[in-house]
Design a protein around this ligand. Structure first.
Ligand code: SF4
Length: 330
């Protein structure tokens, strides 16, 4: 699905599936179904770009991020990072690859060990990957604190002594410690005050420029990813329904789900804002245990047709790096 040169691509995901089995029985456990959290994703991320991954909570965004990093063992499909397939990789080799792939979590309150000092939290990955010890490690930790805008003399403080934004900066420093090339930013600003969110986005952008980082930026809010993303993928019930360059997606959304999500985003121009027509989706997101037949979005789509109940729409190339899965365009 690309006219991008192969060596421009840092990460490629092919038919990625992550199904969590549902079991019954206490003594003998039987698998009676599966939660299809991620159900056949195909996309790539170019070196140095930010791919935004957007969708309502429970649509499989975070599972996608974790499956890429092999924190979950995918049920099927391939994750190719720098030309190497990760899903079948031996543990030792995978560990070495992991150094190049880090994650920043949503909740800086929960993701930092409250009993460890900031110095120990940021220094831990340096130890795990045998990158620095002793004085060298201390200096590196202080350098990282400076890079994320924190006072380097805070090394002996504990997470509870910091504000939410500062804690997320610590999470960023920890991810940065091992000089990764790729970072999954898993809703990194959702738990923060609005006033702090822009600071963290700016920090991530500065670091990206300085270290040529590549991001998968996960968010449930389309207005958040607009600023930081080069391209945006929209996810619904375990599948990507639309993927396009940022401006193209916001100005020319094709999939009815993307159109509904965008109709909920306020527009800063009061004249245009007054004319904004909200598309209110009816019903709830169906269970990923039992997704609808045909198009996943059929139960809520205002434009559903007969075929949508029968056959799954293909992920169609609309031209200009714009893809969508919808029978309206077949
Ligand atoms: Fe709606 Fe049909 Fe398109 Fe699915 S394929 S989004 S149900 S029009």
């Amino acid at each position: 699905m690309t006219n991008t040169a192969q060596n421009d691509i840092l990460l490629e995901v092919k038919n990625l599936k992550m199904h969590f089995p549902i079991t019954k029985g206490i003594v003998i456990q039987r698998t009676v179904g599966a939660v299809k959290a991620v159900d056949g994703l195909n996309f790539f991320i170019r070196r140095g770009e930010t791919l935004g991954l957007v969708g309502e909570s429970g649509c499989g965004k975070s599972t996608t991020g974790r499956s890429i990093l092999q924190l979950y063992k995918p049920t099927a499909g391939q994750v190719i990072f720098k030309g190497e397939e990760l899903t079948k990789m031996k543990r030792g080799h995978l560990r070495a690859m992991r150094r190049q792939m880090q994650i920043i979590f949503q909740d800086p309150y929960a993701s930092l060990n409250p009993r460890m000092t900031v110095g120990a939290i940021i220094g831990e990955p340096l130890e795990i990957h045998h990158l620095a010890a002793g004085k060298e490690k201390r200096e590196r930790v202080q350098q990282l604190l400076r890079q994320v805008g924190l006072n380097p003399y805070f090394v002996n403080r504990y997470p509870h002594e910091f504000s939410g934004g500062q804690r997320q900066r610590i999470g960023v420093a920890r991810a940065l410690a091992v000089n990764p090339e790729f970072i999954v930013c898993d809703e990194p600003i959702s738990a923060l005050d609005v006033s702090i969110q822009a600071q963290i986005i700016n920090l991530l952008e500065e670091l990206q420029g300085e270290y040529s980082l590549t991001y998968l930026f996960i968010a449930h809010d389309l207005s958040v990813v607009r600023h930081i993303s080069d391209r945006v993928a929209v996810m619904y019930l375990g599948k990507i329904v639309e993927l396009a360059n940022r401006d193209e997606l916001y100005e020319n959304p094709q999939h009815p789900y993307t159109q509904a999500l965008l109709s909920a985003v306020p527009i800063p121009d009061p004249v245009v804002e007054e004319r904004r027509q909200r598309i209110i989706l009816q019903g709830d997101v169906p269970s990923p245990v039992n997704p609808p037949k045909g198009c996943n979005f059929v139960t809520r789509c205002p434009r559903a047709m007969d075929i949508c109940h029968e056959k799954e729409p293909p992920f169609r190339d609309m031209g200009g790096d714009h893809y969508t899965a919808c029978w309206l365009y077949e």
